[in-house]
Design a protein around this ligand. Structure first.
Ligand code: FE2
Length: 184
């Protein structure tokens, strides 16, 4: 099961857990209520045939998919890429990742601008809403392989914070204020 927690303010070594003292975990339900981030558990052994991923793709209109590997060996300009992944940003579309192998951390801001760290492992699929400030880092295993999905032609462009005047940001803030009550 995916784990999420509020982060401490220590800015050294982004690959560590960065728990608060004492740790403050947050459930998947609360994660959705506080941020709109959605979570799906998928079996990495059977997903090609069990229909669960297919159903999610169909319902949400994910027509594009590819696979990425993030490790020193596989990613060109590794250090530079990691730096940009970890720079706080938003997108004009959802960021959807299904982890096949390895692990990593997605950090998202809650409504009070606090960082919540989401630890993802094989079988975890998360949907980061458009307009939310977030970032990604590898953990101390330094390896992740994941599928990416998209509605239509993919746009991976990050807009670094501040991007408060972008329509997708305003929409997100509006949803946040109204509250994420009905899970998709
Ligand atoms: Fe992103």
């Amino acid at each position: 099961m995916v784990k999420a927690w509020y982060m401490d303010n220590d800015t050294t070594n982004q690959c560590l857990e960065h728990h608060r003292n004492p740790p403050e975990f947050i459930t998947v339900e609360d994660l959705y209520k506080k941020t709109g981030v959605e979570y799906f558990k998928i079996n990495v052994e059977t997903y090609k045939t069990d229909g669960i991923l297919d159903k999610i793709k169909e319902e949400r209109g994910y027509t594009y998919e590819d696979e990425i590997v993030c490790s020193k060996e596989c990613l060109p300009n590794f250090e530079e890429k990691l730096k940009s992944f970890f720079t706080e940003h938003l997108h004009t579309d959802e960021e959807i990742r299904f982890v096949l192998e390895g692990s990593g951390y997605f950090d998202v801001r809650d409504g009070d601008d606090q960082w919540i760290r989401i630890a993802v492992y094989a079988g975890d699929m998360i949907v980061i809403p458009k307009g939310i400030y977030h970032r990604f880092t590898l953990d101390t295993n330094h390896f992740i392989r994941a599928k990416r999905f998209f509605v239509g032609e993919p746009v991976w462009l990050p807009y670094n914070r501040p991007a408060d005047d972008m329509p997708c940001r305003k929409e997100y803030v509006d949803k946040l204020q109204k509250g994420f009550v009905t899970a998709a």
